[in-house]
Design a protein. Sequence first.
Length: 562
Amino acid sequence: MNRGRILCSLVALIGAINLAFGQGQGKVVLAPSDEWEWLKSQVAEQRDQIQQLTAAIEEQKKMTAALMKSGAAATDVPRTESATDSSTESASGEVPSLSPIIASRVIVKPVTQATGAAGSAGEAGSQLQFRIGTAAITPVGFMDFTSVSRSTNAGTGIGSNFGSIPFANSAAGSLTETKLSAQNSRFGFRVDAAVNGANVLAYMESDFVSQLANPPNGTIAVSSNSYPLRLRLYWADVRKDKFEFLAGQSWSLVTPNRKGMSALPGDLFFTQDIDVNYQAGLVWGRIPGFRLLYHFSPKTAFGVSLENAEPYVGGSAGGGVITPPAALAGLLGTQLNNGGTVLGAPALHPDIIAKFTFDPSSRFHIEAAGLETTAKIVNTNTSPFTTFTKAGVGGSINLNFELVKNFRIFTNNYYSDGGGRYIFGQAPDLIVRADGSLSPIHSGSTLTGAEVTAGQTLIYSYYGGVYIQRNTALDANGTTRIGYGFIGSGGGQNRTIQQFTFGTNTTLWRDARYGALNLMFQYSYLQRNPWSVATGQPSDAHTHIGFMNLRYTLPGSAPAVR
């Protein structure tokens, strides 16, 4: 646009010079005064046009530099106050799509001519991110191929049932097993949006680890390993200023955090294990509920949650089942969950969990949590019916700290009187006495270990231990023992469960645009000791477990935040 005007002015200027100097056959002939005034005006106009052109060029340079800088950041991982440390991400193979941003407010930008898409050029670097309205939607997940070998036949799939590994003198204890599976492959999405000054985050995650031992269709194991889809997580979170509210199926608030109090998987501690049941001694759950959090500062937070309750007497994940009174055996599986009840046991009220976290720096995290759960049953053998109610409690102290660069130590410790359900179901919550009254079972667990990053490899080692105290009573006949842990109770009612684990996770290849490829190994030694050992039976049951896993993680990055 300016070039045409400049060219016309130059032509006019040349004509004026020819007029002034071309007459007189080489002699200088002065032009009339009005021609000189016209010539000066043309020169002044030309000077103004050159200045405008120079300013336009400088502005274009600034815009180009900004776009280049934004484009160079397209493959950067978004950094927020709750994002995982870059060294850990690189070692563990986590890609930006799994990096939490819940603590910050999302910047939602309109479509621009510079990028041709919603958001900044940096956001456009996420190959799988797209938008609907002002919401940014990012697919998350990975594809796993898992191999597991055990020195005994546990009768499970790729998840280990810690409380039911067979004794060496049994048929199952004399067999080994090796299984291949893609069940742990996972997919989902996260949605980020800014609504009326609040940060809104929704998260959904599913896999195929459903009913490992007994799939709904028995032919699945014969010709087509078509395991059904399973809901893991599905929740929405809203945060404005210091308040935060979450609703849906999430990791329980009692699950240890690596940092802060975020519900995103990257901020939680459920080990680096390949085993889909993680580690003996881990306190966790994925449970529907509501939670309200208050962030006193970026370093300190307090939260309270109401989560789906389940009055539990053992039987899940290999945990031993209590021995009930003969007259009240029907309570198990109807009024009380014995591992086979599918949301059939009535709950008096949701479990109440409170948690406080403190992160003085990125190198240190400590938290304290407590819970209250209540069970209620009715004894229909009396007239009128008699009801019994009993509350159980539990608490945990968890911390992790970076001892030296890239070397972090974890210790998570839990004790309960009626809250054994949260130790991955390894301990019953309570027993039932002959008259129908309830008595909580004392139980506790620890999970302590270390993680170290060396180049592109994450090395980890954990010790997990579970202790379940005996709680016994006499049946109505006055002679038969009932409850948990009495002499003659059988080999399923465990006193202790211990697991030692060592593993590695190596990033073979990683690119924020195309994803990551990881090779993972895990070795575990698992041992359980029952309260009562029959004559001629070993004092413990143990097994060696080895995992190998190849994982491709989807690419993607969360939207820019501030």
